[in-house]
Design a protein around this ligand. Sequence first.
Ligand code: GAL
Length: 799
Amino acid sequence: MLLPVGFLHASIETGRLRENFDLGWQFHKGDIAIKRAVKAGKQGGLTDANVKVVEGEEAVIAYTDKNKVADYKASDWRNVDLPHDWLIEESFVHDDNISSQPAGNGYLPTGIGFYRKEFAIAAGDAGKKISIEFDGIFRNSTVWVNGHLMGNHKSGYTPSFYDLTDILRYGDEGKNVILVKVDATDTEGWWYEGCGIYRHVWLTKTTPLHVARFGTFVTTPTVAPEKAVVSMKTTIENEYKTTRHFQLVSRILDAVGAVVDTQVVTDSIGPSQSTELSQTGMIRQPKLWSPETPALYRLQTRIIENGIIVDNFETTFGVRTIAITTKGFFLNGKLYPIKGTANHQDFAGVGVALPDKINQYKIKLLKEMGSNGYRSAHNPPTPEVLDICDREGMLVLDENRLLTSTPEGLDELKTLMLRDRNHPSVFMWCLENEESLEGQVTGTRILEKMVETAHQLDPTRPVTAAMNHGWNEGGYSDVLDVVGYNYGQRGMQYVKDHEKYPNRKMFVTESTSYVSTRGEYEDNHEKGYVSNFGKGVGWGLQPGQDWKHVVLYPYLSGTFVWTGFDYRGEPTPYRWPCVSSHFGIMDLCGFPKDGYYGYKAAWTDQPLVHVFPHWNWPGKEGKLIKFRGYSNCEEVEILVNGKSVGKKKLSAFEYFEWDLIYMPGKLEVRGYKNGKQVARQIRETTGTASRLTAKADTLSLKADGCDVAIINIEIKDAKGRVVPTADNLIKFSIEGNGRIIGTGNGNPSSHEPDKADRRKAFNGLCQVLVQSDRQAGKIKLKATSETLEGTEVTLTVHE
Ligand code: GAL
């Protein structure tokens, strides 16, 4: 197409600058009394804030006059970089009165904390619009800039945004200081939620004529093999005092950056006005997005004034079709049942303050298990999780927990949807989880308003609610596109409902909740451990059985197993000393439990057998030991010390059991399909612990101060076999351009600090997280243990 002259000459890329604002903060734990200065100051006057430290120390956190910092005491603060979760630095307290839900928090005391950061803004930035975006602060955050109160944001999960343009000091006007109060005293959920600025922070500079926050909406109303039609809606704001004439140039780029379409529209916009412009583009022979082929496109939105690019905004999107029908979920026209897990946000060593790399690691582990779906229970995920799911291929059920139609509640839902609606990974919105008004007429009225809001903001995706009751009452299900069943296997509710309401579209929004502690084979109330042979909870199922239902009843569309990973808090069925949940298919470090293989067997084509427990039972020689296994083979055979003890036919998605007489040595399990051996597992009686080995997920890190290597330590015997019961204390030391940011071992009752240079192994395994700093070079991580041969890993940090 012919491009307007203005476009051809547009070459100066000014406009938007989005800077990461995570580094160089200071943190103060505990409350600070804030009062406004009563006398007019020279700079900022009445709005400069004095801060009084509760212990009686007076300090001013704002710059009252140019660069002068009155009474600020650096010793009250320590340096931190974000993301930061101070709760993970606390010690466990067995006190049921420390908060409204001590067990929910994992017995860690929540509270109040402050963050501050000094920064300069160049004189040349005067005239730009400058804003700050917090991706997530847990919770109830209040922000002051240069002493001016900017606002308060309650939710610990939705982003908060402040326009700083008027209040900033530019160039010689002085330095700036931002102060953030975080009051995490109240909880939002019943799980570990952390404390602090635990997601990224961004400072954005634009010209006054710019694309609005969340200002693009890209959809693909028609998708066919020969072409996809791309609808591009762009909201533009003019914060000048005059009318502006501009061109909106929308370019679609493919994965390698080649421009596949360009659309241009010329328009003008009055002072202090905003406008939404619609354009239609086209992609020939589009590459379709799916978890297996996560093809992405980029929309590059440019605003051009007088031949100059004044804004350049990028939106990643994908081309795919989704449909939830009474016959199941269809992706790109093909039946595609969702093999999902529900997940909270935390991880070993870091609490909820996950560097992006750890989120990526979690998604990778889930994909390796064969999962293609992720439910961000019960809240909006960090934006980077969605970027990763787009990139790596994982379908997301994006969630808002509270059933509410108050203006504040609807705003939360709107923010979630406006922020996330361009992600191809997001396939459905979950409007609430297990709210008490499900199935009641009041609940239906509220839900209806939420559904209306959701449909207006995104007509392309269905909405559901993760219900645990009331499916057939009060008209509640009727206002949903898809009816969500949490534990709908109880009384075979979903099957009965399908018979009664054959037009109902259904989804298993939550299932199973199987509880188990990695490597434990007996319930131990005192220690807070749950056996991998357990019956599970009363409302759940055994690993893999939930999948059997999706296969038998394809109209269920898919399932989200509760949960992919253990998470802190909500210890079930035991409480203290247990401080973490046991629901994970993997533990807090991402180490697989036995049930993992039930899912891997169900969700992948890879033939496998996995039996448990281990084969180390000193003192039980000659005694019967119960074995259980998961497999996707048709038949298994067990051999003890080379001798077959028989074969067993298997039924799909169910575990098998065997009573074996224990004899130290070798247990071998063979899996057969069509009479041919296709899988094998060997469990051997190991010798005593003798040495450590380390397995890093990568040996190469970026010198960006954020990248992380996840290093798993195994305790092995002299023959190199993991000792499944070893719990030796492991000490870590580090040299070079990096730091240890946390440790973990997956023990749900461990009260050892996560932020430490040592950790006991738990059932043979332990984990240490190493983060690069901003200099290229080498990092050497050494792991030692008193009676064992140590190990080391060398990581290369690249520019
Ligand atoms: C569900 C709930 C989850 C978790 C789970 C434990 O009912 O949605 O948040 O509490 O139970 O089984």
